[in-house]
Design a protein around this ligand. Structure first.
Ligand SMILES: Nc1ncnc2c1ncn2[C@@H]1O[C@H](COP(=O)(O)OP(=O)(O)OP(=O)(O)O)[C@@H](O)[C@H]1O
Length: 319
């Protein structure tokens, strides 16, 4: 069990991570989302012991990791944003070194390397120097070193970065399999990745934890599309009295954003009654599901990348 409490980190006067708290357990895949500079990497570096928090605590399996970072590091697999790989080493030598660092030896070490190679589909490149590999293969080496020895906590910063579509699918399946016994925290700019993989999403905005919700919770509808001849001037006044937080005009009516924790069925009932009671006609009333993309824009007010945009960007940077 990971328990992050009131985690805070400054760079000089700038508060990059501001009082973030959450907890998670093995079996979960947590998606860390946020715009550039939101504080995701700083959070991941603190959890993995690479950066000290200014305030707050990180506990893993009941032990305080600020006092004993070694306790967590032996159970941690970490793929940082830019992996400090050793270009002249072969894949085999590098993974051997990574296994040594995790304290593996003998048959356990061989087995752990073989498992990591199988998961990342790297067996063919075993004797190649890392510097001769393409970007996608280097990324796979990074993931392989992170998952060696099946750590209980796996932190992956943009794990599918640089992979082709079939490898992305392969990697996602591998992450799902790893999460059967481990807690996986992954940071990504690709919303579809979170939707495809994660059980829970944490949205970080300006260093603060803005959303901590399970994906099923997130997909619950909290909007209503109401088709009516109610004029806009009356509509705003009437709907705001019925638990509506925001309203926008759509063709033939309005889209109503409900306040958090409103029951959509009860709100729909009240909205319908209010339209009729005020002498107008109701042509339709439909619940609408929230999407992760809409929520992200609502929270961060900025654009993030779709998988396609990220791939285009990668192609333009391709070697
Ligand atoms: N070493 C540092 N010194 C000073 N400021 C830093 C340092 N590292 C990060 N920051 C600042 O802290 C804030 C959070 O950075 P962080 O790298 O954690 O964001 P992020 O969410 O991971 O962004 P990205 O998605 O671009 O990787 C940013 O404003 C960044 O400029």
């Amino acid at each position: 069990m990971l328990e992050v409490t009131n985690l805070t980190r400054f760079y000089g006067d700038y508060c990059a991570v501001d009082d973030v708290s959450f907890s998670a357990k093995p079996g979960e895949i947590l998606g860390l989302l946020g715009h550039n500079g939101a504080g995701k990497t700083t959070i991941m570096k603190m959890i993995s012991g690479f950066l000290e928090p200014d305030a707050g605590s990180i506990r893993f399996d009941g032990q305080d990791c600020t006092d004993t970072p070694q306790h967590l590091q032996q159970q941690l697999g970490y793929l940082p944003e830019s992996l400090p790989v050793y270009p002249e080493l072969t894949v085999a030598n590098y993974l051997d070194y990574a296994a040594d660092i995790k304290g593996l030896s003998g048959d356990r070490k061989i087995q752990a390397i073989q498992q990591a190679l199988a998961v990342t589909d790297l067996s063919d490149t075993l004797h190649k120097p890392i510097q001769t590999l393409s970007r996608g293969y280097r990324q796979r080496v990074g993931v392989a070193q992170a998952i060696i020895g099946k750590p209980k906590l796996i932190i992956l910063d943009e794990p599918t970065n640089g992979l082709d579509p079939s490898q992305i699918e392969h990697m996602r399946n591998a992450i799902r399999a790893l999460a059967e016994n481990s807690l996986v925290i992954l940071s990504t700019h690709i919303l579809q990745e979170v939707e495809a993989l994660c059980d829970r999403v944490l949205i970080i905005s300006h260093g603060k934890l803005a959303v901590d919700e399970s994906l099923p919770q997130l997909r619950q509808s909290d909007q209503l599309a109401v088709k009516t001849n109610l004029p806009e001037s009356d509509a705003r006044k009437i709907f705001m009295l019925e638990g509506v937080a925001q309203m926008e005009s759509i063709e033939g009516g309005y889209r109503l954003q409900l306040h958090q924790h409103q029951n959509p069925e009860q709100a729909a009932h009240r909205v319908a009654e209010a339209v009729i009671k005020n002498g107008h006609q109701l042509f339709g009333l439909m619940p609408e599901k929230r999407t992760l993309e809409a929520l992200f824009h609502q929270i961060t007010g900025s654009l993030t990348s779709t998988a396609e945009e990220v791939r285009k960007e990668e192609l333009s940077h391709a070697e």
